[in-house]
Every structure is written in C-alpha cells, then in structure tokens.
Design a protein around this ligand. Structure first.
Ligand SMILES: C[S@@+](CC[C@H](N)C(=O)[O-])C[C@H]1O[C@@H](n2cnc3c(N)ncnc32)[C@H](O)[C@@H]1O
Length: 220
C-alpha cells in the first residue's frame, strides 16, 4: 500500500489500482464497500465512479488541500458516500456537510452520527444566509449539487465562508446546466465566470468515471 496524500492510500489489486482510506468505523461499513485489513487496521476502498473527489484524485488533480486539520464546507452531501471518506482524511478537522433533501439526509445522519468530525446541516445551499450563523470560515468549499445555477451557488458560498487563499472544488455536471448545449461550451462558460473571481488552479475532466463532469479547482 502506498500513501498518495495524508490519509489517502493506493493499492494494486491484480492489474488495477484502488484508492483507500483508513476506516474510522472498523467492523462497520455503510455503503457495502470492500475493506482490506492490514494488522489491526481496516481500509475502505473508495470508488471513483461513485465519488467526484475520488475521481479527481485518480485523474491526477494538481492540488489536494484536504489536510488533517482542514475545515471543509461540503455542499450536496447526499447519502454521504464522499463525506464518509473525507472524514477519514481530515481526521482532526471538521466537515460541515449540507443537503436540502430530507430523504437522503435521513440516511446521512447515520454517517454523521458515527463520525465526530462531521456536522450535518439540512439547508438550501442557494440560501447561505440561512446557515450563516452556524458557519466558521473554512479552508475548502467543496460543491457537488448538480443544479442549473451551480456556479452562482458556489460563488455565494465561497464569498461568505472561504478564507482568503482557501481552495474551492466545484464539480460541474454539464447536463444539469443545460441538456441541449455541448458540455465543452458550458465548461468554457463556467471557467470564464470563475476566472473573474478566483485563480483557476485546475480543471479536470472526470471521464470515464463521471460522464460529462468537470472538476474545477480554484483559489480565493
Ligand atoms: C450528485 S448528489 C451528491 C453526491 C455526493 N456529493 C457524494 O459524492 O456522495 C447531489 C446532491 O445535491 C443536493 N442538492 C442539490 N441542490 C441543492 C441545494 N440547493 N442545497 C443543498 N443540497 C442540494 C441533492 O439533494 C443531492 O443529494
């Protein structure tokens, strides 16, 4: 097993390589993920087809600022697949994880309950004023909301909560913006809007793991 970043590992399985994090809940899994045991430690396999952050790592994202003590605002946590892994990376930090859908949020509570560094908030990311009073300044804003106005939502949250010099990760799903237009035209437009406010550090296509998705990484 080799260490790719603090808290993120890679191991060969036959001809392919898998990503792993060390389980915070040994003996207990939440997503039917495979685990690998090494001594008294347990590592969970992280699937890039189910997580845009994992796909970004496999695609060689240029920066990985998710340090042990990072404070992260995660917009669009859904059932918490990616948050569960991220909580095993920012072990001494905190993830404020938000979603507005009550059904997924109910499942997500099981993940949050088992992880002291995850703070769940049920709220609309489009209305950051509704959770403003709960928020510290954060080192990273990560967004995966698949909404038509995803860039606007990202900008609002970065403006209010991201520290100067902090990083923003924006997963853009072209089809959520406009199904009738070519994904490349949408990505170019998103890039232009982001460039007006931030330094663009990276732009990674997440193919073949996530179809018509790009991960933009920006610095405030
Ligand atoms: C593609 S899923 C996220 C998957 C998740 N990031 C993962 O990797 O495990 C998108 C999520 O964004 C949530 N969402 C969409 N618009 C939102 C908004 N305005 N505020 C909060 N959550 C939103 C949806 O409810 C959905 O659960």
């Amino acid at each position: 097993m080799i260490k790719l970043y603090e808290g993120v590992f890679e191991e060969k399985q036959g001809k392919k390589k898998v990503l792993l994090t060390e389980s915070l809940t040994p003996g207990r899994t939440f997503f039917d993920e495979e685990v690998i045991k090494e001594g008294n430690k347990e590592f969970r396999i992280w699937n890039p087809a189910k997580s845009k952050l994992a796909a970004s790592i496999v695609k060689g994202v240029k920066v990985f600022p998710f340090k042990k003590d990072a404070k992260v605002l995660y917009l669009g946590c859904a059932h918490g697949y990616t948050v569960s892994y991220l909580s095993e990376i920012v072990t001494r930090g905190v993830i404020i994880a938000l979603d507005f859908a009550p059904r997924v949020f109910r499942d997500f509570m099981a993940i949050a309950d088992a992880r002291p560094n995850v703070i769940p908030i049920i709220a609309d990311a489009n209305k950051p004023e509704s959770y403003y009073h709960l928020m510290p300044a954060v080192d990273i804003v990560f967004q995966d909301v698949a909404q038509r106005n995803q860039v606007e939502i990202f900008m609002k949250n970065c403006k209010l909560f991201l520290k100067k010099g902090g990083y923003g990760f924006l997963a853009v799903k072209a089809r959520s913006v406009d199904v009738s237009r070519k994904p490349e035209a949408i990505f170019a437009e998103v890039g232009k809007a982001l460039k007006a406010e931030f330094e663009i550090v990276d732009k990674k296509s997440l193919e073949p793991f996530q179809h018509d998705h790009v991960m933009f990484v920006v610095r405030k």
